[in-house]
Design a protein around this ligand. Structure first.
Ligand code: COA
Length: 150
């Protein structure tokens, strides 16, 4: 994930997440080589799906329902070479939602990582609806937070 992509992702995230994160926060969890699937309208980035490698310990903790969000994941638990993957975010600008683009981004992501374990935490109704189509619900952490696995 290049610096330029991180800056564009930050702009998209600002439109949805209440919490604000610094460039450093993104960079520490996204190596230059981290995979991001991008949705463009002409030359403008309008959505993305991002995946990070994480250590097996963190993977199992997420799976057990330990976390309600990922804001405070320890940077040391990220490892781009790990076979355990974390779908850290799928976010699409509002004007482009509910048109099937989320499904396309998720399909591409799951296809690319099909040989790996991939886990995700959903924190929104849209996220739940999307992941519930293609992944297995393995834990309901709270009324609005769920864990999905491939
Ligand atoms: C989640 C998100 C990526 C889904 O993308 P999308 O392009 O709207 O998804 P799709 O159009 O492919 O729709 C996928 C399914 O989810 C459903 N869905 C989408 N948004 C929904 C919502 N807010 N509430 C309920 N269902 C929803 C669609 O109806 C569709 O179901 P169907 O295939 O049975 O008709 C998009 O809504 C988004 O960016 N939301 C803001 C960020 C976010 O919540 N990210 C996930 C955090 S865990």
């Amino acid at each position: 994930m290049t610096d330029d992509i991180i800056k564009k992702i930050m702009d998209i995230d600002k439109t949805f997440y209440k919490e604000k994160f610094t460039f450093e926060w993104y960079r520490k969890r996204n190596d230059e080589e981290n995979i991001v699937f991008c949705l463009y309208d002409k030359n403008e980035l309008v959505g993305y799906s991002a995946v990070s490698g994480i250590k097996e310990k963190l993977y199992n903790e997420i799976k057990s329902g330990k976390y309600k969000n990922d804001y405070k994941f320890d940077y040391k638990m990220f490892d781009k070479d790990s076979p355990f993957k974390y779908l850290s975010s799928i976010n699409i600008l509002e004007d482009y939602r509910k048109k099937g683009f989320g499904t396309k981004l998720l399909n591409k992501t799951l296809r690319y990582f099909k040989k790996y374990n991939i886990i995700a935490l959903t924190v929104s109704r849209g996220g739940y609806a999307l992941l519930n189509k293609k992944m297995k619900l393995i834990k309901q952490v709270s009324s609005d937070v769920s864990v999905f696995e491939n």
